[in-house]
Each structure stands twice: as C-alpha cells, then as structure tokens.
Design a protein around this ligand. Structure first.
Ligand code: GRF
Length: 214
C-alpha cells in the first residue's frame, strides 16, 4: 500500500485548545499569536474541568470557552462526539491538546487525523503516560525533554513534529526537572503550530518532514 502523505494547510488557521489545568502551554501559543508569530486565531478553548485555571485565563483574554461535563455522557465516545461537533461548528483546523487529561477515543483521532497536536514532557517514545518527569529521574537518564507530536490512536505514539532536549541533573527533583522541561515546551509548541499554518509540515507514514519556506 502506498504511504499516506499529509501536508498541513497554508492559511490563517482556526485553533481549538483543549486543556484540563493551568494552561501555560495555551498561554504560550496565544502569546505567539498575539505577537504575530503564528498565523491563526484561537476560536475555542475547551475543557473537561469546569474550574480549570486555563479556562479562566481564556475568558480574561476574551476567548470563547466551552466546558462539557463528562458525567452527562453515557460513555467516552458520546462525549467526544459532542466535542467534535463543537469543533466542527467553529470550522476548527487544528486541535492543540495542552494538558488535556482525557484520552481521545479512536473516533476523535480519526475525525481530526493529522489535525490534533499534543505536547508531552519527555522524549518520546521514552516515558509515555503520566508523571514522566519523575520516571525519567528514577530511571537515571541523563537527558529528557519535550515532544510535540500529532495525535494518533495509540496514546503518545503519533508522528513526532519537534523535540527539545534538557539535561537531567543529579540533584533534580520532579519539580526542578518539570520546570526546565516546561520552558522548552513553551518554545516548541508555538513553533510547531507556526510551522503547521505555514503549510510546512509534511507527514509521510510516521515521519514528519519540515518543508522549506516558499
Ligand atoms: C505539560 O507538562 C504538558 O507537557 C503536559 O501537561 C502539562 C500541561 O501544562 N501534557 P500546562 O497546563 O500547559 O501548564
């Protein structure tokens, strides 16, 4: 079978950010939009957590927000169907998961194939899952970092867009390593989104190629 190719669209894009917590990556992406680095608008900030601090920030910044209560849906797929519907209503081009603490159903991943990004605080494919900064320290790795990747059905395993590396120091705690990694997250996530809407991300199989600017 021929390898599937995807090229990101060159346009002024419409982004939905999905978050469950403090939303510092959301802020980094929004800041890059405000300074003109990213050619896009955030058309929706979505959450599964009613009092997520990131939602509050979004309101303060005058962005549209939406909270859907997971308890009101019979299963994860029904919940995701509603989320997809809301995204479609707003003609969303790219969904940025930014600390969204729910695993997307295969249905959601298929509906927005190559149009969902995630940021992960480790060098994938090492340390998928949760509490990965602590896992990196406990394992004794000398380097860790952050990964921006497209979301595929297998959690944390979609095509890698950008990575940043940081050293793991001998006296690191989960907090100090997380802070060092977070700084890098705030650089590479906006950068990946910028490349996306410059039409420069080409996905071939599981590899992502960054095209020259034309
Ligand atoms: C970040 O560490 C990110 O890598 C992970 O969740 C955390 C979200 O932080 N997916 P924030 O809400 O963006 O501040």
């Amino acid at each position: 079978m021929a390898e599937e190719t995807f090229i990101s669209p060159k346009k002024r894009g419409r982004i939905a950010v999905f978050l469950s917590g403090r939303g510092s990556n959301f802020r980094a992406i929004h800041d890059a939009i405000l300074t003109g680095r990213i050619n896009a608008d955030i058309a929706l900030v979505f959450s599964n957590v009613e009092d997520a601090p990131g939602l509050q920030t979004a309101r303060e910044r005058g962005l549209e927000t939406l909270y859907l209560n997971p308890k009101l849906y019979p299963n994860r797929e029904e919940y995701d169907k509603e989320a997809v519907k809301e995204a479609r209503k707003r003609a969303i081009d790219l969904i940025c998961l930014a600390g969204y603490m729910r695993i997307l159903t295969p249905y959601f991943c298929r509906e927005f194939r190559h149009r969902i990004m995630n940021i992960h605080p480790a060098l994938l494919p090492s340390f998928p899952g949760l509490h990965v900064q602590k896992k990196a320290i406990d394992w004794g790795v000398r380097y860790s970092g952050a990964t921006v990747h497209f979301v595929a059905e297998e959690v944390d395993m979609g095509p890698i867009i950008l990575q940043a590396v940081v050293p793991v120091l001998q006296d690191d705690t989960e907090e100090t390593l997380s802070a060092r990694i977070l700084k890098e997250e705030h650089k590479i996530y906006p950068e990946a989104v910028r490349l996306f809407f410059e039409g420069r991300l080409e996905v071939r199989g599981r590899r992502v190629f960054i095209r020259e600017n034309d």
